[in-house]
Design a protein around this ligand. Structure first.
Ligand code: PMP
Length: 305
């Protein structure tokens, strides 16, 4: 998919899309030392557009940079404002938003301390995995690539270089004919998919790996826990192994890009009846009501344009 929009917010100013370029000796390009976010904006039932959990996404980007000891030359409020300006300038009512922080060029080496830049791009992006998959469910495999050991990757951060691990797992899975890969942590417990958190359902109880399982603390994961508990389900943040997934009634992924994605098969074993299950469907339905503003309980999660 080739994308081109009108403008990109770069260091406080909206500039033409095609002029948002960087030097080839950019530090983040060479060493992956930078951070980014993925956010969605939805057209609500009442016709307005709302960005979902904007402040928390931007806070996570600042947390990622704190972990990296990168000082962002803007405040969180300024970056949030920049996101709104970008969407308005590009006439976007419903879109995916990519804010990112990178170190530019000047010196070379691992500790070059080049100038820090902030950019915000946004474009329409409907389905992240293949079209139609959310109705039938994804076919996935457990990857031979492990998720980061806590002393190797700082998974609390959404850090550019860490996505080499995700990309290796995803490319490998797709070459083998699967839609997505699930990664285990270095102790063999289920961690997460390449850009999604995992939920599993057995006997009506919903399980998800705890934050200590080398997962990104997903905002959709947090939203799903809230939605599921609101629907009356018990949700346990508990470690489990791959064989538990094989005997679950339902499995689903969640993340900003993928939203709620049912899983129909893992390692050639069908999950439950091999199609989206009732709890997955109930959570998904309520999640969409929440992000589209018709479930009014969490209005503070919506930033209206
Ligand atoms: N895990 C990883 C590795 C991710 O990249 C993402 C996407 N940001 C997620 C989980 C889901 O996080 P969120 O719900 O905040 O998008």
């Amino acid at each position: 998919m080739s994308i081109e929009m009108k403008s990109i917010w770069l260091d406080g100013k909206l500039i033409p899309w095609n002029e948002a370029n960087t030097h080839i000796l950019n530090t983040t390009l060479h060493y992956g030392y930078g951070a980014f976010e993925g956010i969605r904006c939805y057209k609500c039932e009442d016709g307005r557009s709302a960005i979902f959990r904007l402040e928390e996404h931007i806070r996570r980007m600042f947390d990622s940079c704190k972990i990296l000891m990168i000082e962002i030359p803007f405040t969180q409020e300024e970056v949030c404002k920049g996101v709104v300006e970008t969407l308005k300038d590009n006439d976007l009512e419903e879109c995916y938003i990519r804010p990112f922080v990178y170190e530019g060029s000047g010196s070379m080496g691992l500790v070059a301390y080049n100038p820090v830049h902030v950019a915000i791009a946004a474009w329409p992006w409907s389905s992240y995995l293949a079209d139609g998959l959310s109705d039938k469910g994804a076919k996935v495999k457990v990857s031979s690539f492990s998720r980061h050991h806590p002393n190797v990757g700082m998974v609390r951060g959404k850090i550019n270089g860490q996505y080499v691990n995700s990309t290796l797992a995803k490319r490998d899975a797709q070459k083998d004919g699967f839609d997505e890969a699930i990664m285990l942590d270095t102790s063999g417990y289920v961690s997460e998919a390449t850009a999604e958190n995992i939920f599993a359902v057995r006997d009506g109880i919903i399980y998800t790996p705890p934050l200590s399982s080398s997962i990104l603390a997903g905002l959709t994961r947090d939203t799903v826990i809230h939605v599921a508990r609101g629907l009356g389900y018990e949700v346990r943040e508990e470690s489990f192994q791959r064989d538990f997934m094989y005997i679950c009634d339902e499995i689903f992924f969640c993340g900003t890009a993928v939203e709620i994605m049912p899983v129909r098969e893992i390692d050639f074993r069908s999950i439950g009846e091999g199609k989206p299950g009732p709890i997955t469907n109930a959570v998904k339905e309520q999640y969409f009501k929440l992000i589209r503003g018709s479930w009014t309980e969490k209005q503070e999660w919506l930033t209206y344009l």
